[in-house]
Design a protein. Structure first.
Lengths: 424, 462
């Protein structure tokens, strides 16, 4: 599959040449081939240097990833994670011993196909093959996981879900492997059916996406734990994260926002989720992929081909990208606003353990402390004589954060998932 | 089949936008009023015996607010003295009509009304400002000026608090705007139910958790008299994008508005400690609360009066450069004068110092002040125009010459920059150093500014 950046030569030449001629690379003065953000034009080499340096300095500055650490790379098949995979691969090969990226990577791919409507087995199989090929080309051990593994009965860490243990760490005979997986799934996988049913009963796409996001990161952490990885790198770009910031705010997740969009997410304890691609906007990444001719796969998501107002996440994406067209600093401004926030560390409010949301594991924001008047209002409003109409909203459960209680409310009966979700 | 009210047996009249519950008219009133009452009591917005100004624009929010404040004050015996306070921005075809509504409300609710106008405070109406700046960014002027105008009006009324009709939609919209602008300091402040506690007169938002849609419903079912036209100058505002986004969010999930406010409240306590925050001080010129040396209103006003209307818009350092704040080389007031009056009609005049753009019809208030001193009843039409602008132009950099003639104190310290004189020394016309200028003290600020102009004082209703 070719990525969308491939335009026929004839189309490109008349528009591109004049600008390319005028501008010179801001670093070396040679003829520039691309313009990154507003003004900075780069030649090929300087852009690659810039990109690599930005990636490495992001990792270096934060000092989250230690040398020699086992790091799991979450590969979705999309452009951003393809670039991440490539950056790590190059980082480990090139340069002197001293400069080399010293980590022990593995690649994980989560197949979310079972909950996507209208993604038939053939298409899914095809997509999986390409994803596997890209992942295995890296030469790192590859783990393929199904989203429904989350529902399997053996959710304790000692018991490895079957699909994971079967396919792991062998980079041979992949095609058959994938085929077998897809087949087993399509015939009689009860956990897949249960997951499917769960997603079907959700009242809103917003809640579905929210749950998917949560399941995904929980599954990543789970796989990492199982195979002894201490870090998970995800390919979230700055563009994606600024959409996430906005969507989180809109879903009442302001308190978890620093965890959801920061460089390191340590809410799961022993396994930390790292976002090394956050300094790049989507445009930079697609330019890198075009220049390096990296392959990426388009996989349908829950909101593919949905209307703009289908979900909060989908609407927010349209909103941010719409603004970005006329106000090119939108993404970076939103992103920097998010970067100025941290998890509020008030020692009084959160001693240990139980002060976290049972579902998303973010610090609980529904406490009775001063500034959170809206949540106080929501509960205490019910005690008035008008309780019936004030309290038709979700009854805030004491162990769920504001955002999660909204999602739970949209799922109605949540018992199907609650065991796996809440106790891990 | 008719749906019955969720609280009583009567037939439901409406679906609450906030919760989706079906209610009859009476129950909706009851719930709506109870919620606002609860917001007021749980945040303990008022103390007994306080004087409260209701910021009234004539629109739905402030009309419902005025109605509700009066109602709740009587019903729950808050013990408050209420005033209506309006700002006249000077927008023909919009504010003049809405002010009529306010005046009717005044009759209906039997509350005293006070109107302060941009013209009398700043010397510019919004119509004139829009003629200068165009339809882009004009909301910046209006918003900044209104904020201060409300405070000044409240000072004149000597109230303890101002209540504004900001509803939940407005607060949520502001959260989104501040994220889009990257304004972390305002993001922290904007969700507070009471703002401006230190220094300024506190402002409260009793409608902080009240949906705009419910306010409209309330006004509609109560048949309240309100004015419902969009401002004629607002269509180009960036805020519109945030507004559309918010409305779309609400249509997807009706609790979104409260969720955003919740997020905003959470974010306000989780700002990193090492983030640089602006320190709040007071404006060197007018004494109003400001995070810069000059408050935004003074910068904008200076831009208008100097014919550089874009001055306060965009990069702050550019404004500082233009104002000469960054520039420490001393310029004498003489050279100032030369620079100041290159091309306007005041060139020939002795006292004219600050000028406007070529083609700008405005003149310096001070120049006319000294010219026509002691003749406030002059029928000269230009004089009429200038009267209003006096307030604003006093204290503007180049005025030092004129001001110096009145104020000995100023002459002692040579103006180090274009700003020339500190605001307070110019503001008070009295040159007696022993009686400190009262304009620093806030409440009397406006009066002292108008020294020498009996008419303006009259307008200010003191």
């Amino acid at each position: 599959m070719e990525c969308g950046g491939q335009v026929s030569e004839a189309d490109m030449l008349p528009q591109r040449l004049p600008t390319a001629k005028k501008k010179n690379c801001v670093r070396c003065g040679k003829a520039a081939v691309l313009v990154v953000q507003t003004s900075a034009a780069f030649c090929r080499e300087c852009f690659l240097n810039y990109f690599t340096h930005k990636f490495r300095s992001g990792l270096g500055k934060t000092r989250v990833v230690q040398p020699g650490e086992r790091v799991l790379l979450a590969f979705s098949g999309g452009p951003s994670s393809a670039a991440l995979l490539d950056m790590v691969k190059r980082g480990m090969e090139e340069g002197t011993q001293k400069k080399r990226l010293r980590i022990e990577p593995g690649v994980v791919f989560i197949d979310e196909g079972c909950i996507i409507q209208g993604f038939d087995v053939d298409q899914r199989q095809q997509a999986l093959q390409i994803v596997s090929k890209i992942a295995e080309d890296s030469g790192f051990p590859v783990y393929r996981v199904m989203l429904e593994d989350f529902m399997s009965e053996h959710s304790t860490e000692a018991d490895l879900p079957v699909t994971v243990s079967n396919c792991a760490e062998t980079s041979q005979d992949t095609t058959e492997d994938v085929e077998r997986q897809v087949k087993t799934l399509s015939t009689d996988d009860s956990s897949a059916d249960r997951l499917k049913r769960l997603f079907e009963q959700a009242k809103s796409l917003t809640a579905k996406e929210d749950l998917l996001q949560m399941l995904r990161s929980k599954l990543l952490v789970k796989v990492a734990r199982m195979h002894g990885y201490t870090k998970v790198m995800v390919g979230d770009s700055g563009t994606r994260l600024s959409v996430r910031i906005m969507a989180d705010i809109a879903q009442g997740r302001g308190s978890a926002l620093p965890l959801n969009t920061g460089f390191a997410d340590d809410r799961h304890g022993d396994v930390v989720i790292v976002r090394p691609m956050r300094d790049f906007i989507a445009k930079e990444i697609s330019m890198y992929n075009t220049i390096c001719q990296l392959e990426s796969v388009f996989l349908p998501t829950l909101s593919t081909r949905a209307a703009e107002k289908a979900s909060i996440g989908h609407l927010t994406e349209a909103f941010i990208s719409g603004l970005q067209v006329n106000f090119p600093s939108t993404v970076s401004t939103v992103f920097r606003t998010g970067a100025k926030l941290c998890v509020s560390q008030d020692p009084e409010n959160m001693p240990e353990g139980h002060e976290r949301c049972a579902m998303c594991k973010a610090p609980l924001d529904t406490g009775q402390q001063g500034p959170l008047q809206s949540s106080v209002y929501k509960t205490s409003g019910a005690s008035e004589d008008d309780n019936k109409c004030v309290a038709t909203g979700p009854e805030p459960s004491p162990s769920l954060c504001h955002g999660c209680s909204l999602t739970v409310a949209d799922f109605g009966d949540f018992s199907a998932l609650s065991d796996q979700l809440l106790h891990d | 089949m008719p749906v019955s009210c969720g609280l009583c047996e009567k037939r439901a009249m409406l679906k609450r936008p906030k919760t989706g519950g079906a209610l009859c008219k009476e129950c909706f009133f009851k719930v709506f009023e109870a919620e606002v009452h609860q917001t007021i009591t749980s945040a303990s917005l008022f103390k007994r015996g306080e004087t409260v100004a209701i910021a009234a624009s004539g629109g739905k929010d402030s009309t419902v607010l005025a109605h509700l404040m009066k109602l709740l004050n009587e019903r729950h015996d808050y013990g408050l003295t209420l005033f209506l306070l309006s700002v006249d921005e000077g927008i023909t075809g919009y504010r003049d009509d809405s002010l009529e509504t306010v005046k009717r409300n005044q009759q209906q609710y039997e509350l005293p009304l006070k109107v302060v106008s941009y013209k009398e405070l700043y010397g510019w109406t919004m119509d004139e400002i829009v003629r200068q700046i165009g339809l882009k960014n004009n909301c910046t002027f209006c918003g900044v000026f209104r904020r201060q105008a409300l405070d000044r009006g409240a000072m004149m009324l000597r109230v303890d608090k101002i209540v504004t009709g900001h509803n939940a939609d407005d607060v949520a919209e502001t959260v989104i705007m501040n994220v889009l602008r990257g304004d972390i300091a305002r993001l922290q402040r904007c969700t507070a139910i009471v703002t401006g506690t230190e220094g300024a007169i506190p402002r409260c938002k009793p409608f902080k958790y009240t949906y705009e849609k419910e306010i409209v419903m309330y006004a509609y079912f109560k048949k309240l008299d309100y004015f419902s036209t969009e401002c004629i100058y607002s269509p180009n505002a960036y805020r519109g994008h945030a507004r559309t986004y918010l409305k779309d969010l609400e249509s997807i999930r009706s609790t979104s508005i409260i969720d955003i406010i919740h997020s905003g409240e959470c974010m306000s306590v989780s700002v990193k400690k090492d983030v640089k925050m602006p320190t709040q001080g007071t404006c060197a010129r007018c004494g109003y609360i400001s995070s810069n040396e000059l408050c935004k209103a003074c910068v904008l006003l200076e831009g208008l009066n100097k014919g550089l209307p874009k001055l306060g818009i965009g990069k702050p350092h550019k404004a500082r450069m233009a104002l000469g704040l960054a520039n420490t080389t001393s310029t004498t007031s003489g050279s100032q004068r030369k620079e100041g009056c290159r091309s306007c009609s005041c060139r020939g005049r002795q006292n004219a110092v600050v000028n406007d753009t070529p083609g700008c019809k405005k003149d310096n208030g001070l120049s006319s002040l000294s010219k026509e001193d002691g003749d406030p009843n002059s029928t000269d039409s230009s004089m009429k125009k200038e009267l209003g602008s006096k307030l604003s132009t006093i204290g503007v950099g180049g005025d030092s010459v004129t001001a110096c003639s009145l104020n000995g104190e100023v002459q002692k310290e040579p103006c180090a920059d274009t700003l020339g004189v500190k605001g307070q020394s110019v503001l008070c016309g009295k040159n007696d150093e022993n009686t400190p200028c009262a304009c620093k003290k806030g409440k009397d600020q406006v009066v002292t500014r108008t020294t020498g102009d009996s008419r303006a004082m009259l307008d200010l209703d003191f």
